[in-house]
Write a protein that binds this ligand. Structure first.
Ligand code: CP
Length: 457
């Protein structure tokens, strides 16, 4: 089975560090004198390989840096940058497209406007598939560039205070990044524009899957809020020792943070309003502009300023000559990081990745009794509905069960849960262990229509 990178969770922490070490090595040997973040020349590592870049949405950095990375590894690339010129315009499905392209290339990089589209590509292709951004879902290779930049600039990811600015609701780079930061033990400080906070399912997952503790401002003790309207801070206690920093000795009661916990912000990650994902285009509203004046305070003295780019007004041009600005370096790191990722996936440098992806911790649900309700999910596309089956992971919440769409990763709580063995169903409102015998329904009417009867009258 080829390894794919569709979400940041498709790589373990060790694998990410292996990729970073190879990127370091590439920069050490192939860096430009005076500009050590910029790769020059060509290696002969991928001289027998071809990369296909299939972009169904606009891109400058991701596509060109992948193509540059492949060229600098000594390989070749095939590029499809305009969906109107491919057979997608005639109604060809994602599954068919990748089963054709796998005959022309050794790996596929895909960007698509639908959430989960790249997971579909990965399921059907027999060669590695890399997600270059799927709707508002994830952009894992941007996260690799972001984490790599932070690690090079700050020496570590652990315990960094990372402030995330802007459109945290629609920004796919942020959705991958928060999971990455949590896994490496950084503290996440979301400062969203009005109505643009992290999606509920992302927040739930930070708590449940990554052990984050949310600390509302009123419980932050002596933390100086300064000029920043902090909504909540997601801490990422490392298991088990760091947890004691935030909990009483019994491990239950949250305590106050050290007074100086947020007195210094290590990084500000600025993002633009994702107008293309907002019905009607969206208005900037109270969107904060991060510029020199904004970053005057003492707490930002050592803050590195990152941005996945493009910027469209939320990041002042007066920052460009400020030594805290690292966003162009971050874009430049796209080449060595993507070179290292391609080398890892094509096994040009063996041993960087394990044979199989990190294991999913949740039970899979394959019965066709539910329909993902995310209008942007790939399962909503008419073309893909010809063959694509609904698939979920079953998540155990304390007093009910949730299902997470395997493609777009949105979570919902089905109204009813039945047991196939007894043909009985009940409301999904009590603790229950995930089990292959379970059957989910969107309503009692659907349960009854499927031949199930209520276990409580
Ligand atoms: N950061 C990023 O994804 O940029 P592009 O949209 O230009 O690829």
């Amino acid at each position: 089975m080829p390894r794919d990178v569709v979400t940041i969770d498709d790589l373990s922490e060790d694998e990410i560090q292996h990729i970073f070490s190879l990127a370091d090595e590439i920069l050490a040997t192939q860096g430009t004198p005076g500009l050590p973040h910029r790769v020059r020349g060509r290696l002969a590592l991928a001289s027998e390989h071809v990369l296909a870049t299939l972009f169904y949405e606009a891109s400058t950095r991701t596509r060109l840096s992948f193509e540059s990375a492949m060229l600098r590894l000594g390989g070749q690339y095939l590029s499809s940058a305009d969906p109107k010129t491919t057979s997608t315009a005639k109604g060809e499905t994602i599954a068919d497209t990748v089963r054709v392209v796998e005959n022309y290339a050794d790996a596929i990089v895909m960007r698509h406007p639908c959430e989960g589209a790249v997971r579909v590509a990965a399921e059907y292709a027999s060669i590695p598939v890399i997600n270059a951004g799927d709707g508002g879902h994830e952009h894992p290779t941007q996260t690799l560039c972001d984490l790599y930049t932070l690690q090079r600039e700050k020496g570590t990811l652990k315990d960094l205070n990372v402030m995330l600015w802007g459109d945290l609701k629609h920004g796919r780079t942020v959705h991958s990044l928060v999971y990455g930061l949590a896994r490496f033990g950084a503290r996440i400080i979301p400062v969203a524009g009005q109505g643009l906070g992290l999606p509920e399912h992302v927040v739930r997952r930070l708590h449940r899957d990554y052990d984050c503790t949310a600390v509302p401002p009123e419980e932050m003790g002596a933390v100086e809020q300064g000029e920043v309207p902090l909504d909540v801070v997601y801490l990422t206690p490392d298991k088990p020792h760091q947890r004691s920093l935030f909990t009483d000795l019994d491990g239950q009661t949250p305590t106050r943070l050290p007074a100086n916990a947020f007195s210094s912000i290590d990084a500000c990650y600025v993002t633009r309003l994702q107008r293309e994902r907002i019905v009607g285009g969206g208005q900037p509203g109270d969107y904060t502009v991060i510029d020199k004046q904004f970053l005057e305070g003492k707490r930002y003295r050592d803050s590195k300023v990152l941005h996945p780019l493009p910027r469209v007004g939320e990041l002042g041009y007066d920052m460009d000559n400020d030594e805290r600005a690292v966003y162009f370096k971050q874009a430049s790191y796209g080449v060595p990081v993507r070179m290292a990722l391609i080398a890892a996936l094509l096994e040009l440098r063996p041993g960087l990745l394990s044979k199989s992806a990190p294991k999913r911790r949740h039970l899979e649900y394959h019965r066709q009794t539910l329909k993902c309700d995310n209008p942007l999910c790939v399962t909503m596309l008419e073309t893909e509905q010809r063959y694509l089956k609904q698939k979920y992971l079953v998540i155990n919440e304390e007093d009910h069960l949730l299902v997470r769409c395997v493609y777009c990763e949105h979570e919902t709580a089905p109204a009813c849960v039945g047991h196939e063995s007894t043909r009985k169903y009940a409301p999904n409102d009590s603790p229950l262990d995930p089990h292959p015998d379970l059957v989910f329904f969107n309503s009692p009417a659907e349960a009854k229509a499927a031949g199930y009867s209520p276990s409580r009258e």
